[in-house]
Write a protein that binds this ligand. Sequence first.
Ligand code: IFM
Length: 460
Amino acid sequence: MRRFSFPADFAWGAATAAYQIEGAVDQDGRKPSVWDSFCNLPGRILNGDSGAVACDHYHRYESDIALMAALGIKHYRFSLAWSRIVPEGRGSVNEAGVDFYRRLVDCLQAHGITPHATLFHWDSPQALDDRYGSWQSREMAQDFADYASAIVSRLGDRIQHWMTINEIVCFTHLGYGVNELPPHAPGTIVPSLKQVWQTSHHALLAHGMACQAIRAATPQPCSIALVDNFLPTIPIVETPEHIAAAQQAFPICGTNGGIVAPALTGVYHPTLLEQLGENAPDIQANDLKIIHQPLDAFGFNNYSGVYVRACDQSPGYEILAFPTTYPKMQMPWLWICPDSTYWGIRHLSETLDRPDLPIYITENGCAAADQVNGKREVIDTDRILFLQLYLQAAQRASQEGYPLKGYFVWSLLDNFEWAWGYDRRFGITYVDYATQQRIPKTSAQWYAACIRANTPIETE
Ligand code: IFM
């Protein structure tokens, strides 16, 4: 039986981020980002790796784009490195850095690939960390908006899809720990949870101010999105009481109530504020209005979720721990939860009451223990299974009428997986880092077939 196809204009894409693939960290005027500095600290990155060379995409972007075009990928989500464009974080613009992205976008368009540019994927300028401690300061929001304005006024003639910030929780809550070393990301140990929440509040403010800056600077109509990895709550069984429990849990689960909720509804969830008490961030008059900007789309980075069931005691739901044998891909947090795709989309539309908002899955993928065989192939049937299940759940959402507009696989290439260095491979293309050879994995061929068919292909 033929499966439901996505709508004819469904955007099939692939995603990457600057620091994870570009390399060339000191070329053409780029100055260090906080990730360059973090990688220099002993013991922070597995095997002492860094993004200094990464996939050398800075020099190989043309062949990488040709590879993407050969797979039939029509949309590419990449990020811009703030410290290439405004090397000191504020002040003068480095035109050589802008030129790199101009060449990249021109090359994409020559191959019929639509660019989707993320302004910030974690690599903030080190100069701003030295000046005021990055996200600890409200000044970061204004500097980010100025950077957004600088790039949109220069590249807005060629780029119509802008994404402001990627996954706020990861560079704030994972970077600014309380009384412990920040485990995964650059940041500082801060004395209170309030100060951690203050960093994510500043990031939300930066998002809102950047939206305003983009609208003011764009020379043509454009789409603006926020990209977030909120935590989908999945009803353990799809019965009315468990669905209601998952809906009740969603706005207060993880950091949902303090990141995706204010961005899309204009308020921090009251239960979260109550739970935080004196640890709630300071919110100035007008902040929530700035944060709650009109958006043209929302980017949902989707990897996993949590199961929820109804219960008799307050608060009326229970978040369930994963059993020890629950299947995972090759990351400690990557439990395989395909229904998180469907429920994530449904919660955005229905639970947060934003049925108007077009949704893109801006990242989905997994790390697997890929091996190159004697024929120089990588047969990653485990990744195909993972992607197939998630895409089928995306189809269910689309079929039920939720406004899902596209899907970007994470990632086009194996790349620098942050604190895990090059040890974890998320690509549909294998990168032999010693030679920089690219080997499209079997999942790349499978993904190309899905794009051609406009539906996730069955593997049986
Ligand atoms: O590699 C990261 C990416 O930078 C942000 N989202 C999750 C991916 C996998 O961990």
